[in-house]
Design a protein around this ligand. Structure first.
Ligand code: IPE
Ligand code: MG
Length: 228
């Protein structure tokens, strides 16, 4: 979700107004995903690098996060959405951590859309933490290093239990990953759209999913010849 600040600047509004508009888009896209029966949607809400922003912007974003969880959880619950948050919870304020835990706990048995927020999330940190955990187990003699496979490694990531992403959409015309799901995106289809996140819509989202359906995915293999 990128482009909130530029959306606001184009309208001569403060960046905060762009973030407020961005939350409306979150609502619209989550509803669309739930309506069409999508299994998984992960939204990059706040990166481990976003702490570098001015304190006033961070505190506004945290306020929006609080308001979203307060205001939207009932609807998510009604839709059978299961909420997860991936990221480093130690840095977030206590009340937000409690909210996250409550949202996850309340929705744990829901079988609809798996809605995941990457919040205080950084892919490099996630990979380093997984390596640290495995290294500790090996040093303590609980793990034979020879048994470390990609599959085992992935069980130590925040996304354990979730499938790898099939499609990653980045809005606002930037063409980079910005530390998002670095391990998990090995074979993800990447889509970069010019639209700024607050202008992104249900229609554009559905269009992106249709275009994804036309991509030819081989996962490093070859497409089998049609049998005559
Ligand atoms: C994305 O919009 C929102 C968050 C990172 C929370 P930006 O705030 O990065 O918007 P631009 O890149 O300045 O336009
Ligand atoms: Mg940005």
């Amino acid at each position: 979700m990128d482009g909130n600040g530029r959306w606001a600047r184009k309208r001569h509004l403060p960046r905060a107004a762009g973030h407020v508009a961005g939350v409306s888009t979150v609502r619209e896209i989550v509803r669309a995903a739930s309506d069409i029966g999508l299994a998984n949607l992960t939204l990059y809400a706040f990166s481990s690098e976003n702490w570098k922003r001015p304190a006033s912007e961070i505190s506004h974003l945290m306020g929006l996060f609080r308001a979203y969880f307060r205001g939207d959880l009932d609807e998510l619950e009604e839709r059978g959405v299961r909420v997860r948050i991936i990221g480093n919870r130690k840095r977030v304020e206590d009340d937000i951590r409690a909210m996250i835990e409550e949202a996850e706990h309340r929705t744990v048995a829901n079988a609809g859309l798996n809605l995941t927020f990457a919040f205080d999330y950084g892919g490099q940190e996630e990979i380093a933490a997984a390596a640290r955990e495995l290294a500790r187990a090996a040093a303590e003699g609980r793990l034979d290093p020879e048994t470390i496979t990609p599959e085992l490694f992935a069980t130590r990531l925040f996304t354990h239990g979730l499938p790898e992403p099939d499609l990653i959409i980045r809005t606002s015309g930037e063409r980079r990953m910005s530390n998002f799901l670095l391990w998990q995106s090995a074979y993800a289809e990447l889509m970069f759209v010019e639209t700024l996140w607050p202008d992104f819509s249900r229609n554009e989202f559905l269009d992106a999913l249709r275009k994804f359906g036309e991509r030819n995915r081989r996962f490093g293999g070859v497409v089998p010849e049609a049998v005559a």
